[in-house]
Design a binder for this molecule. Structure first.
Ligand code: G6P
Length: 362
């Protein structure tokens, strides 16, 4: 049934809409009968026995990995490195003595990620794959698997797998942090917080008309665009711009807000759309400063801000959720922006040119 488009014009829109249900499903799938989040004890043991976690992935999954780094470092207090699979295997950094590897792969079939796993297995290091496809290659070949339970993702541009990866990483971080006896993990009521995330997603996916209008006003003729933010808002900016590139063919960059002025701001012209993502007070006020800088150079700035940190004139207000989980809601409008930009340009939303759903060559 998940494979059917039903009344939807495109799989991508259906998959965007499914995200609140995926969040609620994950709460169920990863809860025990006492309503506590649980993850296979072996995985948790090996993770917390490690000195350093290495997250390896490609594309959208790599972007989810950056958010995962934040979650694991905050809740488990173990250092985390995030690597592009295509770079890591052939240019391996000096590893910690006790590393733990997490492979993120929606399909579980990406060749770039698999070549790393083969090397890691050869070295005898423990590994975990987070994937949407049970029985996939990366699932079979890693020591452990956690499933994303997102249902089949058909559109080439990944949406619900990204948010599912972040949610599963949050669950893993919460349970592992508890396993280490860390107070911050114990008091983090993730079941409740993921419920709030699902509700927040519902609010945003009901704002499609406003999103379509925003796209018509800001992206209809442009050839390039920027997303900027700091911290996790930067990580979401990278994903937001990838989504826009993939299906609307608008050249987009996700940039660390503070770094723009050190070179790339030269690309800003009269009317260049610059989206700013703001989900934190202090970092947000700096990002607003950066938005002023580009505005004074003619940019058309569009602010996506979380409730509590918004100012008048902001284009999109995100329902408030725990700051650790903000990417789960801030990414939703950016998925819809990409969708409508593609649609309004008359492009093939679900099957963009030159792209494949999973890439099985290195
Ligand atoms: C392809 C897809 C991307 C995806 C990447 C990694 O390039 O077009 O959307 O993010 O592969 O895929 P994976 O299945 O490993 O998450």
């Amino acid at each position: 049934e998940d494979m059917e488009k039903g009344t939807y014009a495109h799989y991508m829109l259906k998959e965007i809409d499914e995200q609140p249900a995926v969040m609620r499903r994950l709460i169920q799938r990863y809860s025990d009968d006492q309503n506590h989040l649980k993850v296979d004890a072996k995985i948790v043991e090996e993770l917390i026995a490690s000195e350093r976690v290495y997250i390896v992935a490609c594309g959208t999954s790599w972007h989810a990995g950056w958010v995962g780094k934040q979650l694991l470092e905050q809740l488990v207090e173990i250092p985390v490195e995030v690597h592009l699979a295509s770079e890591f295997g052939y240019n391996m950094p000096i590893l910690a003595k006790k590393p733990f590897f997490i492979f993120l792969s929606q399909s579980g079939e990406t060749a770039d990620s698999r070549q790393v796993l083969v090397k890691i297995n050869h070295l005898g290091h423990p590994s975990l794959t987070l994937t949407n496809v049970p029985g996939s290659t990366l699932s079979r070949e890693a020591k452990h698997t956690l499933l994303l339970h997102a249902g089949p993702e058909i559109a080439v541009a990944s949406t619900k797998a990204y948010t599912a990866q972040i949610a599963v990483l949050a669950i893993l971080a919460k349970v592992a942090g508890e396993g280490r006896g860390l107070e911050k993990a114990k008091v983090f009521d993730l079941i409740h917080q993921l419920g709030l995330v699902a509700n927040g997603m519902d609010v945003l996916i009901n704002e499609k008309e406003a999103m379509a209008k925003l796209v018509e006003e800001s992206l209809s003729t442009t050839r390039n665009a920027f997303y900027i933010g700091r911290g996790v808002d930067y990580y979401v900016s990278m994903e937001a711009s990838l989504k826009l590139k993939e299906i609307s063919y608008i050249q987009a960059e996700g940039f660390a807000a503070g770094e723009l002025k050190h070179g790339t701001i030269a690309l800003v012209e009269e009317g260049t759309p610059v989206f700013g993502i703001i989900t934190d007070l202090v970092m947000g006020s700096h990002t607003r400063g950066n938005l002023k800088e580009v505005e004074s150079r003619g940019a058309n700035t569009i602010v996506i801000a979380m409730e509590g940190f918004e100012r008048s004139g902001d284009a999109i207000i995100l329902p408030q959720v725990d700051t650790l989980l903000s990417p789960l809601v801030s990414v939703i409008p950016t998925q819809l922006i990409a969708y409508f930009a593609s649609l309004q340009r008359g492009l093939d939303v679900d099957k963009p040119r030159n792209l494949a759903k999973s890439v099985t060559v290195e």
